[in-house]
Design a protein around this ligand. Structure first.
Ligand SMILES: Nc1ncnc2c1ncn2[C@@H]1O[C@H](COP(=O)(O)OP(=O)(O)O)[C@@H](O)[C@H]1O
Ligand SMILES: [Mg+2]
Length: 161
């Protein structure tokens, strides 16, 4: 099971479409989580994270919760903070939800979670160009791993102060 995760807005769905175009069978992680949904509020699912840890799928799964599952390999898509803010503003997210997501991206919350759950099996890529991100994922799938695993954009926070 290959899990492609990242903060909402980093470009998961876009990269998913690119891989699909290249002939890969790609799936939404959300299609596996029905049994783990505790409640649904304003179309937003509240899930039991413990329950996600028992999920295993066959293939390439995309979703911001996918790294909780029994992944063999995790790819975390990253995005520059200013770019992410522009993208999230275009969604009808509340101000606090936008800030939450930008903060999570800044501190690489998902990357740290993923690395903690799957030590040594988590790879990060800055999703600058969709084609290059798809190339990166193709390489990882084929066992050609990059040497650097982490991307640090923490200093971009300084632009806020
Ligand atoms: N590499 C990229 N370069 C520029 N824009 C991108 C890139 N990847 C995604 N986007 C844009 O960012 C927005 C959010 O992308 P999306 O794929 O929906 O993110 P996610 O599925 O992670 O929430 C979309 O408008 C998309 O067109
Ligand atoms: Mg998406």
């Amino acid at each position: 099971m290959i899990c492609i995760t990242g903060t909402p807005g980093v470009g998961k769905t876009t990269v998913m479409k690119e891989l699909k175009k290249r002939g890969y069978a790609v799936l939404e992680f959300d299609s596996l989580i029905d049994g783990c949904v505790l409640e649904e509020e304003n179309g937003e699912k509240i899930v039991d994270e413990e329950c996600l840890k028992d999920i295993r799928g066959e293939g390439i799964y995309f979703g911001h919760l996918s790294h909780y599952a029994l992944c063999d390999l995790v790819v975390v898509l990253r995005c520059h903070l200013k770019e992410l803010e522009v993208r999230l503003r275009k969604r009808d997210y509340s101000r606090s939800k936008i800030i939450d997501n930008i903060e999570s991206e800044a501190i690489d919350l998902i990357g740290f979670e993923a690395e903690k759950i799957h030590p040594g099996k988590t790879y990060e890529i800055m999703n600058s160009k969709v084609e290059e991100t798809a190339d990166f994922i193709e390489n990882v799938i084929k066992g050609r791993y990059p040497t650097r695993m982490k991307i640090d954009i923490m200093e971009e926070i300084l632009d806020w102060y």
